[in-house]
Design a protein around this ligand. Structure first.
Ligand code: ADE
Length: 225
């Protein structure tokens, strides 16, 4: 999978994309993430990529030309499955969306900033708009990192134990069951007896019941679906 991320703040993405599973997936050549500085595509001598909004509301708007220039260049190099724009007014990101994006070969993620991008980009170039939740971030970079993490870890081979990606919370609309490790007792706090029993079928039944109970208590909306 190849992901091109377009941003005015490339430094913000250096940390999150270069550690742990995302780093390992890139080292193993399962994924490649290239971060592009949108300012490199400005023709302005101060490398500006924003301007005042027509109609005079508050805040700045990201201009159409630099964004069109970089997206056109990228599109001349490969075919993209989706051109994603991160924005609080996009479709809310969830596990099914991550699953389907993890099957893509080439993605662009354009990080929004300021008051947003010139709407013509959204009308003519963007194919998918994603929000990571109902709150407003300073920019779309952290959203792009979250989306990249959620999809790259699903690529076969990206995490050591593929079974564990499948048993994640949300993968089947249920929260994951509680997990424990040694010691079996600490300060009198005990691990549930059943997990020490060695009886695999009963353990799985218990885990499933726990998943249902936790989902009912913490995220009843997931059961409505
Ligand atoms: N940019 C600002 N807020 C955002 C959000 N909630 N999701 C995605 N991109 C954003």
């Amino acid at each position: 999978m190849h992901i091109d991320i377009i941003t005015v703040l490339p430094e913000l993405l250096e940390g999150p994309l270069n550690h742990s599973i995302l780093k390992r997936a890139q080292d193993k050549k399962l994924a490649k993430i290239v971060v592009h500085n949108l300012r490199d595509y400005s023709t302005n001598k101060h490398r500006r990529v924003d301007d005042y909004p027509f109609g005079g509301s508050a805040g700045m708007v990201m201009q159409v030309e630099p964004i069109d220039r970089i997206i056109s260049k990228l599109k001349s190099e490969r075919n993209y499955d989706e051109i994603i724009y991160t924005s609080p007014d996009g479709e809310t990101f969830n596990q099914p969306m991550a699953n389907s994006l993890s099957l893509c070969q080439n993605l662009i993620i354009l990080c929004g900033h300021y008051k947003g991008i010139d709407y013509r980009i959204r009308e003519h170039l963007i194919t998918k708009e994603i929000s990571i939740g109902d709150y407003v971030l300073t920019g779309g970079e952290l959203a792009a990192a979250i989306i990249s993490d959620a999809i790259i870890r699903l690529i076969p081979g990206a995490i050591g134990d593929e079974q564990s990606a499948l048993s994640d919370s949300f993968q089947d609309n249920l929260l994951a069951p509680p997990v424990y490790t040694r010691p079996a007792e600490y300060k009198g706090w005990k691990v549930p007896e059943i997990l020490l029993s060695g009886h695999q079928r009963k353990i799985e039944e218990w885990q499933h019941e726990q998943s249902i109970e936790r989902t009912r208590r913490l995220r009843p909306d997931l059961l409505d679906d």
